[in-house]
Ligand binder design. Structure first.
Ligand code: MN
Ligand code: MN
Length: 294
């Protein structure tokens, strides 16, 4: 029997993530000024962008998350080879977009079968952090598994201490919210991250929102902590431009876990690609059920 408030927040996080991806993709790689000139404030899921998407279509962020979620569900738990195989199968399906670090990692996995790449200075992109939500959902009662699974899925493509730290911090904040903790608990997680890696400090907000994990996390935390509802949090995030689909997705994950699915604007939920929203509705209770059984 699934706790209704947990399901509401978990669906909020997963659907919020996909909405942020679909909303942000329109303005990915634009500057805030360019967005303002073209859209005023960008606040609707209209597709387009450099990928020429249909309205409601999602990108690699959501696709990789769904792939990870499906691998967990298919194996009723953790099987890192199935996760890597899932990512590789997705990569070979010729997706609309894929980050360079993900591509390099999956090419290595295809060639060598190694689940872990060598540490690299340039592995500090946001590609591992962005796809970790299914792990958070499936390990909601098991912090030890949360750390182990998060790091294993991350290092298939990203082997860098600040990518690891960010993946764990954003996942931990999401988990706290799903477990009914207040925003104060989230501040403490952010403070711990910054005390270990001061480069993540987001106050005052430096204003960069690239795919570099530091810029991504600063943007997401700044917008999450300085907005009081789902819609304004996501709107503020994606209007920073840059890696807007990924910052939008991660802000949607946090805001959805905080405010619940009821607070995602209906016009966004109704726009989201039906296959994607059906898959999220199907995966979410199963991932939570797996968490209850671990
Ligand atoms: Mn993307
Ligand atoms: Mn992106």
């Amino acid at each position: 029997m699934i706790n209704e408030s947990l399901l509401d927040k978990a669906l909020g996080a997963y659907l919020g993530f996909a909405c942020g991806d679909a909303l942000g993709a329109t303005v990915e790689f634009m500057s805030p000024k360019q967005i303002q000139r073209r859209y005023g404030v960008h606040r609707d899921i209209i597709g387009g962008g450099w990928l020429a998407l249909e309205p409601g279509q999602v990108t690699d962020d959501t696709q990789m998350s769904l792939t990870l979620g499906q691998a967990i569900i298919d194996h009723r738990g953790w099987n890192p080879i199935a996760v890597a195989d899932g990512f590789l199968e997705w990569f070979e399906s010729d997706p609309p977009d894929i980050g360079n670090t993900c591509r390099r990692g999956l090419e290595r996995y295809r060639k060598t079968g190694e689940l872990l790449g060598p540490p690299r200075e340039d592995d500090a992109g946001n590609g591992a952090c962005m796809r970790n939500l299914p792990v958070v959902l499936a390990t909601i009662k098991r912090p030890d598994y949360f750390i182990e699974w998060s790091l294993q899925q991350s290092r298939i493509t990203h082997n860098h201490p600040i990518s690891d730290a960010a993946t764990l911090a954003l996942g931990c904040i999401t988990g706290q919210l799903l477990n009914g903790q207040t925003v104060d608990a989230c501040y403490r997680v952010a403070e711990n991250l910054i005390s270990e890696y001061p480069e993540f400090a987001y106050c005052p907000y430096p204003g960069e929102s690239s795919a570099y994990i530091v810029d991504t996390v600063q943007t997401v935390l700044h917008c999450f902590f300085n907005n009081e509802d789902f819609e304004s949090c996501l709107t503020a995030t994606v209007n920073q431009g840059g890696d807007a689909d990924t910052t939008g997705a991660l802000a949607g994950m946090l805001a959805g876990a905080r405010y619940g699915v009821q607070n995602i604007p209906k016009r966004w939920l109704n726009r989201l690609d039906f296959t994607v929203s059906d898959t999220i509705h199907a995966q979410t209770p199963v991932l939570i059920d797996i968490a209850q059984c671990l």
